[in-house]
Design a binder for this molecule. Structure first.
Ligand SMILES: Nc1ncnc2c1ncn2[C@@H]1O[C@H](COP(=O)(O)OP(=O)(O)OP(=O)(O)O)[C@@H](O)[C@H]1O
Ligand SMILES: [Mg+2]
Length: 249
C-alpha cells in the first residue's frame, strides 16, 4: 500500500531522514520507533505531504532550504511531490504530534470541523463511530476542547483524523505526554479501530514498550536511519532493543 524508497530529507545541510526505506501493507499496523529527534515527525510530514508545504513556505520567506530525495509510493503511484490535500483525497490522513485541536470549540464541533469536506451524513455516522471507539469523548461532546485533558485531546485528535475517513492513518506520537493508563486507552482504541474497520495504521512512538506487543511490524529509526526492523515479537526479543528501550525507563 505504502512504500518509502531511499528517502532523504535535508533541512539546509542537516540530514533529518537518511536513506530510509520502509513498506506498509494494506491492513497492517506498523510502528516507527525512535527516540527524540530520530526523524519521526519529519517522516510523518513527508508521508502526509506537509513537508511540501513547509518547503514552499521556507522558500518564500527566504528561510532554510528543505530538500527531499527518494520516492514515496502509495497504491502504486509516486506521491513524492503530491500536495497534502491531494494525499488526503487518496486516503492518507495524519494525526499530528501534540494534537492541535480548536480549543474554543466543543468536542462535537471539532469533529464536525474535521469533516467539513465530507458529506454531512457520512460525518455524523463517523462521529457516532468515534464515540463508540472513545466512550469518554461521548460524555464530553459539549465540552470545549481546550478544557480536555491531554489524553482526551489525543483521543479527539485521532477522532478528527477518522472523520476524514482515512485508508492509511498516520499517527505521530499519539502517546506523547500521556499517563500509562491513558496510553493503554489510546492503544486499545487503535486496536479496536483496526479490528472493526480494517484501516491501515502507521504509528510513530518513542515508547516501544506498550507499542511493540500490538504492532504487526516495526522499524527502529536512529538519527534518521533505519537501525532495525522486524515483527513486533522479533523486536521485543531483540537484546539491543531490550537494553535501549526496555532497560531503564
Ligand atoms: N524545520 C526544521 N528545521 C531544521 N531542522 C529540523 C526541522 N525539523 C526537524 N529538524 C531536525 O531534524 C531532525 C529530526 O527531527 P524530527 O522532529 O523529525 O524528530 P522526531 O523523531 O519527531 O523527534 P521528537 O521525538 O522530539 O518529536 C532533528 O535533528 C531536528 O532538529
Ligand atoms: Mg516528533
Amino acid at each position: 500500500m505504502l512504500e518509502v524508497r531511499n528517502l532523504m530529507v535535508f533541512f539546509e545541510n542537516a540530514l533529518a531522514i537518511n536513506d530510509l526505506s520502509l513498506e506498509v501493507e494494506a491492513g497492517e499496523f506498523v510502528g516507527v520507533i525512535g527516540s527524540n529527534s530520530a526523524g519521526k515527525t519529519t517522516l510523518m510530514n513527508s508521508l502526509s505531504g506537509l513537508i511540501i508545504d513547509m518547503r514552499i513556505k521556507e522558500k518564500r520567506r527566504g528561510g532554510e532550504r528543505i530538500t527531499i530525495y527518494g520516492n514515496i509510493y502509495y497504491q502504486g503511484d509516486d506521491i513524492t511531490e503530491t500536495k497534502p490535500s491531494d494525499r488526503v483525497k487518496k486516503g492518507i490522513v495524519l494525526s499530528r504530534e501534540r494534537h492541535p485541536v480548536f480549543p474554543e470549540s466543543s468536542v462535537l464541533e471539532n469533529l464536525k470541523i474535521a469533516g467539513y469536506l465530507k458529506k454531512r451524513s457520512e460525518v455524523l455516522e463517523t462521529i457516532e463511530y468515534v464515540f463508540e471507539l472513545f466512550p469518554a469523548l461521548k460524555n464530553l461532546r459539549s465540552r470545549k476542547a481546550g478544557f480536555l485533558s491531554g489524553g482526551e485531546q489525543q483521543m479527539l485528535a485521532i477522532g478528527m483524523a477518522l472523520v476524514v475517513r482515512p485508508q492509511l492513518l498516520l499517527l505521530d506520537e499519539p502517546l506523547l505526554g500521556l499517563s500509562p493508563m491513558m496510553q493503554q486507552a489510546v492503544l486499545e482504541a487503535i486496536v479496536r479501530l483496526r479490528a472493526s474497520s480494517g484501516i491501515t495504521v502507521l504509528l510513530s512512538e518513542q515508547f516501544a514498550r506498550p507499542v511493540l506487543p500490538l504492532i504487526d511490524r516495526g522499524y527502529v529509526v536512529e538519527n534518521g536511519m533505519l537501525a532495525m526492523y522486524g515483527t513486533g515479537q522479533e523486536l521485543m526479543d531483540n537484546p539491543e532493543i531490550k537494553s535501549a528501550y526496555f532497560g531503564i525507563y
